[in-house]
Design a protein around this ligand. Structure first.
Ligand SMILES: NC(=O)c1ccc[n+]([C@@H]2O[C@H](COP(=O)([O-])OP(=O)(O)OC[C@H]3O[C@@H](n4cnc5c(N)ncnc54)[C@H](O)[C@@H]3O)[C@@H](O)[C@H]2O)c1
Length: 322
């Protein structure tokens, strides 16, 4: 049987390399494309050694459209997993033009290149940030209100509509997956190196001998701290494989989460427990603007559409980091 040939943009990134790992394990051929702005070539070296294969890697910017088109042609790509993006919510406020350029314009152009070159499958990394800061304490459903509050969320939300137009064309296939808070790692070589997510932030503080900080302890939640849906990166990779292998048409967008919420305090406690420092000092600060009390996924659609359910508990995800 011939191997399906997939291009993974952001293929040296935290999530991109986990998807590559899962696709290779499932017998697919992957080509990785990344500017190394945030990605690490050492992650690809780890995958090469783990699977004992050469994995083509192209160092390039997704805004270099000739480079990306040449990669698609050279490697006879049939499907694209598009994870490359700028993803720092705070930074997106200061650099909104660049965020729209990379996350929206380049996605649009990538879709045009896909069309020109007969690529029929497209799976896009979207985000829970499209829901913005809902007042509701109910899980977000895909067809519920979307109100991104940052250029990051807005750029992803607008990019989703380009992907939807592509997959609505007869013969094309794919979806936008809205990831919630991604945690865990399949190996220490693939750890998240960004400073955006709660667990790396807490670990960074502890590493420097500082106390972790909780922003807001007066939210209307069980322990007063914000509740989020933490989904393991290995589950994110499994969701991509389920989408890639699905033989029926997929919904245009699907939440990828666990459907379970954990509070900031619970997450910090789990991290402290994992490093045998339970009961250590935690600093309580006032709320930050824009943080909703509760942001969790309704996960029914991914289950009914492609049989996907998360497998890893938050405890397992946190343990995987050590
Ligand atoms: N990590 C999360 O919790 C989370 C949650 C929701 C959505 N997402 C989305 O998942 C995707 C992957 O995120 P991640 O956590 O792996 O982040 P990451 O930063 O590790 O991966 C993104 C990759 O894209 C690359 N990149 C950035 N700009 C590029 C450009 N112009 N050209 C080529 N490559 C470029 C970076 O070098 C990086 O390797 C992103 O689209 C992000 O918005 C992540």
């Amino acid at each position: 049987m011939t191997q399906e040939r997939w291009l993974i943009t952001g293929g040296a990134g935290y999530i991109g390399t986990h998807i590559a790992d899962e696709f290779i394990r499932a017998g697919k051929f992957v080509v990785l494309f990344d500017s190394l702005y945030q990605g690490l070539e050492s992650r690809i070296d780890y995958l090469r050694a783990k699977h004992g294969i050469d994995i083509p890697f192209i160092k390039g910017d997704i805004r270099d459209y000739n480079e990306i088109e040449s990669a698609i042609r050279t490697h006879k790509i049939v499907g694209i997993v598009h994870t490359a993006a700028l993803k720092a919510v705070g930074e997106s406020m200061e650099k909104s033009d660049e965020y729209f350029q990379v996350n929206l314009e380049a996605t649009n152009e990538l879709i045009e290149i896909a069309k020109r070159n007969g690529v029929k499958k497209f799976i896009f990394s979207s985000t829970a940030a499209v829901y913005g800061s809902p007042d509701s304490m109910d899980p977000c459903t895909e067809d519920g209100p979307k109100a991104p509050i940052s250029p990051y969320g807005d750029s992803k939300y607008q990019a989703e509509s380009k992907v939807t137009a592509f997959i609505n064309t007869p013969g094309n296939f794919g979806t936008s997956l809205r990831f919630f808070n991604v945690v865990g790692a399949a190996a220490k070589e693939l750890l998240d190196n960004s400073v955006e997510n709660l667990v790396p932030i807490v670990l960074g503080k502890l590493h420097k001998g500082e106390a972790p900080v909780i922003f807001g302890t007066d939210y209307p939640t069980a322990d007063g701290t914000c509740v989020r849906d933490y989904v393991d990166v290995r589950d994110i990779a499994r969701a991509h494989l389920a989408a890639a292998d699905s033989t029926s048409a997929l919904p245009a967008t699907m939440n990828i989460g666990t459907g379970r919420g954990a509070s900031v305090r619970q997450v910090i406690d789990l991290v402290l427990k994992a490093i045998n420092k339970s009961g250590s000092e935690v600093i309580e600060s006032p709320r930050r603007a824009g943080d909703p009390a509760f942001l969790c996924a309704d996960v029914k659609l991914a289950k009914s559409a492609m049989g996907f359910e998360s497998k890893y508990s938050l405890e397992e995800s946190i343990r995987s980091l050590f």
